[in-house]
Design a protein around this ligand. Structure first.
Ligand SMILES: [Ca+2]
Ligand SMILES: [Ca+2]
Length: 311
């Protein structure tokens, strides 16, 4: 195994893993509102990250900030939305191009038999769990197995772009600090799930009290006060920031200098359906991880933003 692949697998392991299971939508999910394709307006203002709960080392390296006003998708981009983009443009994702060229690419998928992450060369957005899988019946689920450039291509087509990390956090909680309780954005005060994460001892058991052991259709869980659905949980979401262990670099060169042992990564936000209390546990708006921008995964998707019109 080469060093780059090992690094990818270790990063994915940190981001947690699990066994997706679909087909429970009709029982557990009546989407709360018809919000796919809508945006919410986030006013200009501060992003507070130096106060509130901090639970992971990587959360100590970022600073407070501020953003201009912008609009952001109310939900993660769905398979149906991505399919419309592909139908309109003929776009071929990076994983599909590699497959066509005979190069080994694919995407990261958790293997149920081994309980380990692996790279499935047949994984792409149409086959989110690799060999033998499909998106039939998952039209309202978030698109996954999209590399960073694929997400960017969709955003450009829709005259939008991917959010910065600051924008993503401001959209999640405006200028409030992150809650001091680690579980507060994934579980109600009384303990019931309010986001699609993993309930149980990872990786042995996901009892799916939230109704889903795998991705959920978007909009099944209560939105944030700002109107974002599934910001925390369901799938991690790409942002444009480069990820660094010791700083917040804004260029690939700076990212490599800060973290030379690893590939340059982009920040992903919000945790996923694979984050469990005993592992990952990054089901918070404050959480951040690094994602290999060239590799799709079964638990990474995205949503888009656009600067708000002037007054
Ligand atoms: Ca779940
Ligand atoms: Ca999410």
């Amino acid at each position: 195994m080469n060093a780059r692949l090992l690094g990818v697998l270790l990063a994915l392991a940190t981001a947690a893993c699990g066994e997706p299971r679909h087909g429970v939508d009709a029982i557990h999910c009546a989407p709360l509102a018809d919000v796919v394709g809508t945006q919410v307006l986030i006013p200009a203002g501060a992003v507070v990250r130096s106060q509130g709960g901090q639970f992971q080392p990587e959360e100590e390296v970022v600073r407070d900030g501020a953003t201009d006003a912008f609009t952001i998708d109310a939900t993660e981009v769905t398979n149906a939305q991505f399919a419309a983009f592909v139908a309109a443009t003929g776009y071929v994702t990076s994983a599909e191009r590699a497959q066509a060229d005979g190069r080994r690419a694919g995407g990261a998928v958790f293997d149920r038999a081994t309980r380990m992450w692996g790279i499935d060369p047949e994984a792409d957005w149409r086959h989110p769990l690799g060999h033998g899988s499909s998106i039939a019946g998952l039209e309202r689920h978030p698109v996954v197995q999209v590399a960073f450039e694929d997400a960017q291509a969709y955003a450009r087509w829709s005259s939008r772009r991917l959010p910065t990390e600051l924008e993503w956090e401001r959209a999640s909680r405006l200028d409030a600090p992150a809650p001091r309780e680690r579980e507060a954005e994934a579980y109600a005060h009384g303990g019931g799930p309010i986001a699609n994460t993993w309930q149980g001892a990872f990786p042995l058991l996901d009892d799916a009290r939230d109704g889903f052991a795998g991705t959920a259709p978007v909009g099944c869980f209560p939105p944030t006060a700002t109107g974002l659905y599934d910001a925390v949980g369901n799938v991690w979401e790409w942002t444009t920031d480069w990820y660094g262990e010791t700083s917040l670099p804004q260029s690939e060169a700076a990212a490599l200098e800060a973290d030379p042992e690893h590939i340059a990564k982009r920040v992903i936000k919000g945790g996923s359906h694979l984050c469990a209390p005993n592992f990952c546990a990054r089901y918070r708006s404050r959480s951040r991880q690094g994602g290999d921008p060239g590799l799709g995964a079964s638990h990474i998707g995205f949503r888009t933003v656009r600067p708000a019109p002037g007054p």
